[in-house]
Structure formats: structure tokens, C-alpha cells
Design a protein around this ligand. Structure first.
Ligand code: NAD
Ligand code: MG
Length: 386
């Protein structure tokens, strides 16, 4: 493969660092253009120096002085703030890895899509909040969206060479998270530390809590709807605690194709980096005798209502998915800050949606961001009352 250029939005995060680990092993194959972070100036500067990036951007303007100091003498541009983030994401590259967490990633991800090149999408919240707008931008710009989320990457691989019209079911697998076998009473007293211990995956804090509440699978259900529009009634979720099968596609002739692999995000990331070819990774080969059993369970939406909330939000359409996502971001942050209990996370999202009176559906990114702010206000108001 000839040398290619790449930018990483969210370079200091779990997905960002896993991507850079693969780039480090194939250093000559890649030119790194932009690396961004929220605020981790020293870490971002070290990565920018190591990978000889052209520009490093911190979203948080108060971190610019630290970034400038850390990059002094390197010749690497140091930038800050939302406009610089968008400018850096707009610089032409062969591939952008969109790995910012939360709706904060929407505008830079859209800027990358507008380039009309390839975008490896990990930032599921942007697709949940702005699915129609983002997929329309992909069509308009001619960009190639490469799903990086392990389930969606699995589906993408299982769909290769097939027609969506021939799909009977798309089955998203879910690990069930650390509390899969916990009772409702136990869930009420689940702690931050317990929620942050995922049985199979090592990920950022927000998605790890989302996995524990099952909202991650709810967001992924919506993500799958936009990436693979087979109709909501053809999407289903099955709990598969071993996280070996990353998702499946069943065709109308009765064939089911599944993608299997170790629980290591470098596998789907590598698939995006090398697509449509393949590359080597240091990931452990799949040792099925060591895994022993692959088991499956139906999701329990009475203990974990988040998947139902997400399904109802996408069925309602309009502003509902963006409001769901915003309320969830606020509730997860409150749980991580020790302000609310674990079960209050999904309850807060449910209360915001149940209150109704949602704003009209968004027509552009600015309107999504307004809806996102409104969802955050409503969730915060509910948290203050409780
Ligand atoms: P993380 O918290 O480890 O990293 C997030 C990155 O985004 C960091 O670089 C951080 O500096 C940056 N960031 C945070 N807030 C920001 C803001 N307001 N503005 C600009 N940048 C900001 O998160 P992660 O686990 O790497 O997840 C990133 C995205 O990928 C999420 O949408 C997540 O759902 C998705 N994803 C992650 C995994 C995983 O294994 N970690 C798997 C599938 C999907
Ligand atoms: Mg996933």
C-alpha cells in the first residue's frame, strides 16, 4: 500500500492511542497531519512530536499555553478551540479517525466528512445525534464511512459483497457488561469503580459506564440503523458475554455470517486503516479451545431499560435520539462525579424523554447542537430536582 496521510480527532483517548499503536508499527506507511485532544496538552504534544504531526489542537482554550510550551522548537503548529478543531479536521487527508467522545465530536467529524475522503467513525454519539444530517453529508461529499465500533465493523465486514435487500436480520452482540447477572437491588448500589471494570474491553470511562447500563448497545442500535438501513424491525440485540462474535448478519437464504476476533479494538481499527486490504496487527490470535464456550442470552430490559429507551427514541425520530444522547452524557458524567446512583443514569434519560415536548427535529449541525444543549439543560434540571 502506498504512503497515506491521516488525522486523529481524539488522539489521546483509548481509540486514539490504539490507532497510534498500529501506526507506530507501520511508521513508514503513514504521514500524520492533525492530532487533537480535549485538554491533555503534554500527552498530545508528546504524540505530535513522536509522529511528526503538522498540527496539534486542544479543544479547551485554557490548555493552549501548555501545548505551546510543550511543542516549542518542534515546528508543529499548536492551536486551540472549536474553530481550530474544525479547521484541523478539514485539512485534506486520506483517512480521518473520528474518536472524540460524545456529541462534542460532531462538528469536527462533519468537517472531516465534508472533505469527501475516508472517515473511520468511532464517535457513535455524533451519528446518534445527527444521523440523517451526517449520512446526507456522506452522500453529498462522496466520503467513505468506515465503521470502527467493533459491532459495526463486524457487520460492515459481513455485508461485504452482499445486498442490504437480502438481509433478514442484523444481530448486534452485547457483552452485557459487568452487571449482567446483578439483581435490580444490587444494581441500585453499584459503584463507579465497579462500573468502570468491564469484563472484556479496556475503553474510555464514558463508554465503559454506557456498557454497564447497556446504553452503549442502545446507542449502537441507533448507530446501526443509520449505517445499515435495513429497517428497525430487522435489527436485534443478543447478549454474548464472551465478546468473541462481534456481530452477525443473517441473509434471507438462512445463511448467517459472523465476524469473530479477540476483544481488542486494534482489530476493527486495523480493518479501517487498511480497508479494503488487510494489515498485520500484534493482536492475540483467536484461541477457541481456550475460550471454550460461546453463549447467548436475550437482553433483560427490565433490569437494563437503556436499549428500550434508545429503540423508542429512534422510532420517535426527530430530536429524540439527540435528546437521549445528551441526557445520557449528563447522567453518566453525574454518575462518574459521584452525584447520582447507577440506576439513576437510565432513569434520568427516561424522565427527560417521558417529559415530552421535544424540540422539532434538526435540519443542520447547528440545530443538533442546540438540541444537544437543550437535552443537557433538561437532564441537569431533573438531576437538580432529585
Ligand atoms: P476516551 O475518553 O478514552 O477519549 C476521548 C478523546 O476525545 C480524548 O482524546 C479526549 O481528549 C477527546 N475529547 C474529550 N472531550 C472532548 C471535547 N469536549 N472536545 C474535543 N475532544 C474531546 O474515549 P474512547 O473510549 O477512546 O472513545 C472515543 C469514541 O469512540 C466514543 O464515541 C466511544 O463511544 C467510541 N468507541 C470507543 C471504543 C473503545 O474501545 N474505547 C469502542 C467503540 C467505540
Ligand atoms: Mg461497540
Amino acid at each position: 500500500m502506498s504512503k497515506r496521510s491521516l488525522s486523529i480527532l481524539g488522539a489521546t483517548g483509548s481509540i486514539g492511542k490504539s490507532t497510534l499503536d498500529l501506526i507506530r508499527r507501520n511508521r513508514d506507511a503513514w504521514d500524520v497531519v492533525a492530532l487533537t485532544a480535549n485538554c491533555q496538552a503534554a500527552e498530545l504534544a508528546a504524540l505530535a512530536r513522536e509522529f511528526d504531526a503538522k498540527v496539534a489542537v486542544v479543544a479547551d482554550e485554557s490548555c493552549l499555553a501548555d501545548l505551546r510550551d510543550a511543542l516549542a522548537g518542534s515546528g508543529i503548529e499548536a492551536q486551540c478551540g472549536p474553530a481550530s478543531l474544525i479547521e484541523a479536521a478539514s485539512r485534506p487527508v486520506d483517512l480521518t479517525v473520528a474518536a472524540i467522545v460524545g456529541c462534542a465530536g460532531l462538528a469536527p467529524t462533519m468537517a472531516a466528512i465534508e472533505q469527501g475522503r475516508s472517515v473511520a467513525l468511532a464517535n457513535k454519539e455524533s451519528l446518534v445525534s445527527a444521523g440523517d444530517i451526517l449520512t446526507a453529508a456522506v452522500k453529498r461529499s462522496g466520503a467513505t464511512l468506515l465503521p470502527t465500533d467493533s459491532e459495526h465493523n463486524a457487520i460492515f465486514q459481513c455485508l461485504a459483497g452482499n445486498e442490504l435487500a437480502d438481509v433478514r436480520w442484523i444481530t448486534l452482540t452485547a457483552s452485557g457488561g459487568p452487571f449482567r447477572c446483578w439483581s435490580t437491588d444490587q444494581l441500585a448500589s453499584a459503584t463507579r469503580e465497579q462500573a468502570l471494570k468491564h469484563p472484556n474491553w479496556d475503553m474510555g470511562a464514558k463508554i465503559t459506564v454506557d456498557s454497564a447500563t447497556m446504553m452503549n448497545k442502545g446507542l449502537e442500535f441507533i448507530e446501526a440503523h443509520y449505517l445499515f438501513p435495513v429497517g428497525l424491525d430487522r435489527l436485534r440485540i443478543v447478549v454474548h458475554p464472551q465478546s468473541i462474535i462481534h456481530s452477525m448478519v443473517e441473509y434471507r437464504d438462512g445463511s448467517t455470517l459472523a465476524q469473530l476476533g479477540p476483544s481488542d479494538m486494534r482489530v476493527p481499527i486495523a480493518s479501517c486503516l487498511s480497508w479494503p486490504e488487510r494489515m498485520d496487527t500484534p493482536c492475540a490470535p483467536l484461541d477457541l479451545p481456550a475460550v471454550g464456550q460461546l453463549t447467548f442470552e436475550a437482553p433483560d430490559e427490565s433490569r437494563f431499560p437503556a436499549t428500550r429507551l434508545a429503540r423508542e427514541a429512534i422510532q420517535a425520530g426527530g430530536a429524540a435520539p439527540a435528546i437521549l444522547n445528551a441526557a445520557n452524557e449528563v447522567a453518566v458524567a453525574a454518575f462518574l462525579a459521584g452525584q447520582i446512583t447507577f440506576t439513576n443514569v437510565a432513569l434520568t434519560v427516561a424522565r427527560v424523554l417521558d417529559a415530552g415536548n421535544l424540540p422539532p427535529g434538526p435540519r443542520c449541525v447547528e440545530e443538533v447542537l442546540e438540541i444537544d444543549s437543550e437535552g443537557r439543560r433538561r437532564a441537569s434540571a431533573i438531576l437538580e430536582m432529585s
